[in-house]
Design a protein around this ligand. Structure first.
Ligand SMILES: Nc1ncnc2c1ncn2[C@@H]1O[C@H](COP(=O)(O)OP(=O)(O)OP(=O)(O)O)[C@@H](O)[C@H]1O
Length: 199
């Protein structure tokens, strides 16, 4: 589904990586190794050389906005620009909001008063609404306690299964990798290496 070949920038290299629909790929590496940067390459937000294909179609076969709708990055700091949280969703999301451990009344609130963890969970739900094929998440559980982390992991796993979506997420947590990873990509000395399903 997603295939990368000979990716090269000043900071990151990747020889050949593939990931399939429905998979959960966990991206690890030391702090500052380039995990967030690599997600930005996949979203075609920074210059890079090489080849990235989605369903055998190269990036340049898509307009920029269409590529980023299909290969969607949710950064750790999400942006909210409408008066209430619910205004950002195309259809009612009460059930999903509850599944993430949030009070559905949050949909009526002003986004500027949300906590980091609330914003993080709602940003993922908002991304689901746009039906991406690939979801790129930068530490989606960074601001969540263990219970909410577990709810988020269940929701992400459900999305991969139900939508045949490909999830690529960064994580510093080996236990999370053990729970979630169908495939483990690791950044070592500037190279992104597929460690298979090794935990
Ligand atoms: N657009 C860019 N151009 C050049 N260098 C960049 C760019 N974006 C990030 N960097 C640099 O790339 C390096 C890796 O940063 P990045 O944020 O990707 O690390 P990370 O692995 O996600 O770290 P952490 O685990 O601490 O979040 C940093 O030195 C950063 O300054």
């Amino acid at each position: 589904m997603l295939e990368l070949q000979s990716i090269q920038t000043d900071i990151i290299k990747a020889d050949h990586l593939t990931a399939n629909a429905g998979e959960r790929v966990l991206l690890s590496g030391p702090s500052g190794s380039g995990k967030s940067y690599f997600l930005r390459i996949l979203a075609d937000l920074i210059p890079w050389q090489g080849s990235i294909q989605l369903d055998q179609q190269p990036v340049n076969g898509f307009s920029g906005p269409e590529w980023r709708r299909q290969v969607m990055l949710v950064p750790p700091e999400s942006h909210w620009w409408l008066p209430s949280v619910g205004d950002h969703f195309s259809h009612p999301r009460q059930a999903a909001v509850e599944q993430l451990g949030l009070d559905p009344a949050i949909l009526g609130r002003d986004p500027q008063y949300l906590s980091s963890g609330e914003k993080q969970r709602l940003a993922v739900l908002r991304a689901f609404d746009r039906r991406p094929k690939v979801l790129l998440l930068d530490e989606p559980c960074a601001n969540l306690d263990p219970d909410r982390t577990s709810l988020m992991e269940d929701m992400l796993t459900g999305w991969c299964k139900e939508e045949a979506g490909l999830l690529i997420m960064t994580s510093h947590d080996p236990a999370q990798r053990q729970r979630m990873a169908d495939r483990h990509w690791q950044i070592q000395d500037g190279h992104v290496i597929d460690q298979g399903d090794s935990q």
